[in-house]
Design a protein around this ligand. Structure first.
Ligand SMILES: [Zn+2]
Length: 482
């Protein structure tokens, strides 16, 4: 039904910054903690307490703006967004309204159905988060609500996109890209469950060819990629049904219910707040110099897009590998270190994407906790290159490095894993195997060449995997023909 309509999506993402302290006071931003333990007169909104802007938060905003191709405003202004709610003790939230810190950026995304596409970023502004209400759920506390202001005054960036997305897939691609960038930049921990990266989606539909946008619904505060997709898809169907029945979509704010997979009305346009924004008289305009912007630009890490290009053109690995390896910065850092130490980019990517990733998954740990360091891995790859061990034995060595933290050289020595390349020794084993299996030798000589694999297996087994496979192949062929 929805294929009759074009879908229009704009996203507003709240990115919680990883500064140690809050945006306008020195309180800790640590997650959790006893309720109201991380508070002071400023974030409690006590009369007379004055906000002081956190410089690190501004630097993070500049970093994010530069990485998303925004222009950085030389002068931006903090405003008061006035509304009353118990989680906001001042009665207003400090945010940026008319003059945000970053504007006119974009992100390039790619989806299977839509291909490559550029999504505009209207603006990025800085603001403080509100506190949290905890609703009582025991016999004593039912009916009561409790205020926890630990989160109040935590620094946020709000990243507002243009209404450029045309499907839930495009919305997810954009969100994943933005998520990857802010985590790469180190400005956000990316933890969606704890609300460090959460999203409002503006969704509307219109008949194909219509120029004007349809009436939109705003879906509030969704904190997982899967739920965002579900919420948008549900909302598109809901609006299409209304139009099909000759109805009219009303502008409203809707909540996504994760248990039913449906959205429901929270408030209509009539109940929407008039925030009566005005410049905060307690804060001077934020002035950012060209020099500071340049300094932040110099310190930007290499971002995934650039990494993928470098891996493909410089390292010569397949694009798919490059994408997997650059998806998370710690993995890319590990991989880069391996290549620096070992030189063979393809061998390194095979091991990082293979054994290393497999073991990390088994243990459920990140690569930053990997007991096999790039140094250890590169050392082992060197022993494969110089034929000290075979690729097969390398797996045994790797497992041993994982457990003991010893170097490959020490393990090879201690366990006697050195590859047998001495042809005399291999020949002797082959002779024994052939003598023990006259039937199979007859079969092979009678034209059944598949038996060859059986002999290779037997020889490798007899040598405990240490015989050089190339030498085994060559010698076996010679002996069987003879
Ligand atoms: Zn405080």
């Amino acid at each position: 039904m929805s294929s009759k309509y074009e879908v229009v999506i704009g996203l507003e993402v709240h990115v919680q910054l990883t500064t140690n302290t809050k945006i306008f006071c020195g309180c800790s931003t640590a997650f959790g903690g006893e309720p109201n333990a991380h508070t002071c007169p400023v974030c409690l909104g006590l009369p007379g307490a004055l906000p002081v802007l956190n410089k690190k938060a501004v630097e993070f905003a500049i970093r994010t703006g530069l990485a998303t191709h925004c222009s950085i405003a030389p002068r931006s202004v903090f405003a008061r967004k006035n509304y009353f709610y118990p989680d906001l003790p001042k009665g207003y939230q400090i945010s940026q309204f008319e003059l945000p810190v970053c504007e006119h950026g974009h992100l390039d995304i790619e989806t299977e159905a839509g291909g490559a596409k550029r999504i505009g970023i209207t603006r990025i502004h800085m603001e403080e988060d509100a506190g949290k209400l905890v609703h009582g759920d025991t016999a004593d506390t039912a009916g009561s609500s409790f205020v926890d202001l630990n989160r109040a005054c935590t620094p946020l960036l709000e990243v507002v996109s243009e209404p450029d997305m045309r499907s839930s897939d495009e919305a997810i691609a954009y969100l994943k890209k933005l998520h990857q960038i802010v985590v790469y930049l180190g400005v956000c921990d990316g933890n969606m469950e704890q609300g460090s990266f959460r999203c409002d989606a503006n969704v509307s539909i219109r008949p194909w060819g219509q120029k004007e946008f349809g009436t939109r619904a705003e879906l509030k505060n969704i904190n997982s990629f899967r739920f965002i997709k579900q919420a948008i898809d549900y909302e598109v169907e809901r609006q299409a049904e209304i139009l099909e029945e000759g109805g009219r979509v009303v502008q409203e704010t809707r909540l996504f219910d994760t248990t039913t997979g449906m959205t429901r009305s929270m408030r209509g346009k009539e109940e929407a707040h008039d925030y009566r924004y005005f410049p905060d008289p307690d804060l001077v305009p934020l002035v950012i110099s060209e020099q500071w912007i340049d300094q932040v630009r110099q310190g930007l890490p290499e971002l995934p897009e650039a990494k993928i290009e470098r891996y493909v053109s410089e390292y010569g690995i397949p694009r798919y590998d490059a994408e997997v390896l650059s998806a998370e910065r710690p993995v890319a850092d590990y991989y880069d270190a391996c290549v620096r130490l070992h030189g063979n980019a393809k061998a390194c990517s095979n091991w990082v994407m293979g054994e290393v990733q497999r073991r990390l998954n088994e243990e459920g740990i990140g690569i930053d906790q990997c007991p096999v360091t790039p140094e250890l891995l590169a050392g082992m790859l060197g022993r494969i290159d110089d034929n000290t061990i075979s690729g097969k034995i390398a797996k045994t060595v790797f497992e041993e490095m994982w457990k003991s933290g010893d170097t490959a050289d020490a393990i090879i020595e201690k366990k006697g894993l050195k590859q047998v390349t001495d042809t005399g020794a291999i020949e002797q084993i082959i002779d024994e195997i052939l003598a023990a299996n006259p039937g199979q030798v007859e079969e092979y000589r009678g034209g059944k060449e598949k038996v060859f694999g059986f002999f290779v297996g037997q020889v490798m087994k007899a040598s405990k995997g240490k015989a050089n496979p190339a030498a085994v192949n060559e010698l076996l062929k010679k002996k069987l023909q003879g």
